[in-house]
Design a protein around this ligand. Sequence first.
Ligand code: ATP
Ligand code: MG
Ligand code: FE
Length: 336
Amino acid sequence: VTILAIESSCDETAAAVVRNGREVLSNVISSQIDLHKLYGGVVPEIASRKHIEKINQVIEEALKEAGKTLDDIDAIGVTYGPGLVGALLVGVAAAKAIAWARKIPLVGVHHIEGHISANYIEHPDLEPPFLCLVASGGHTHLVKVEDYGKYEILGRTRDDAAGEAYDKVARAIGLGYPGGPKIDRIAKEGNPDAVKFPKAKVDGAEYDFSFSGLKSAVLNYINGCKMKGESFDPADLAASFQKAVVEVLVGNSMKAAEELGISKFAIAGGVASNSALRAAMIEACEKRKMKFYRPSPILCTDNAAMIGAAAYYEYISGARAGLDLNAVPNLKLGER
Ligand code: ATP
Ligand code: MG
Ligand code: FE
């Protein structure tokens, strides 16, 4: 089964051709980062306009790179939520147009299911059940993947997502957008024990996360330094913040794995490309004799190959979307 996948939920216009959910024939990503950087974050109106400009070209490139034409495509997979409504609609409209014109099946994909499914691409041996930590710009979910397309959310953030905290702290330090990769980079030069930040615990929900307290602590620290006329070391601050984030992500993850007795653990989403998180996860999983899975960094952030992987499993389970498929900005994982 050869699937053409389309992703436009945020600020990446992406298309990919994926065979049988695991073999990526092409993966084209047109990022708008340089555009949104001027505003310090994603501007929804600009994002949808840019998607419209790019979508056809990106789809053509994906087919060309794969050495395929639309005649070779068995189904179209497209992200229909969650995300920015005006951005999602561009991908959904393009997917519907192709499905209608070529009379081929259409499959709607949940963006976070896509992030999780990125793990299938480079790990041919990975099959459910397993646990997955999804840490991205808008989500921080601890998910039990019970089967393909079947998810149980064990824990979630009560406030900011992990990636959101990275982006906000980076802005406060003066590193610009998107902050995650920049904090990752300068943290390597800093001392993670320079500043002690609180580890956020959520009462009553042992697998839930909270990052807004940590974010405020960092902002207070910066303001405190400014008021006292002292300078601070951005690298030390980045490393200390990152340490606090990674400790909570790994801590909750390992607690869940132990209590549920699951020995396969995967990470997904943009923050899964973070070098400190990857290193800490490898160590924690090794210590517990658990198998650890993670996508390459390029498959962690938004792309269409992951949508093609998720679409394949939806497709073989019989899921089909009609030409009335609409964008659902707050679509929940496991819902249709
Ligand atoms: P969602 O997937 O929840 O809808 P999104 O699609 O905007 O949100 P992703 O593209 O998965 O999010 O990831 C982007 C986020 O990942 C940003 O917040 C970015 O700062 C963060 N990120 C990317 N690389 C790194 C890194 N190396 N370290 C930490 N964070 C990172
Ligand atoms: Mg993005
Ligand atoms: Fe994403």
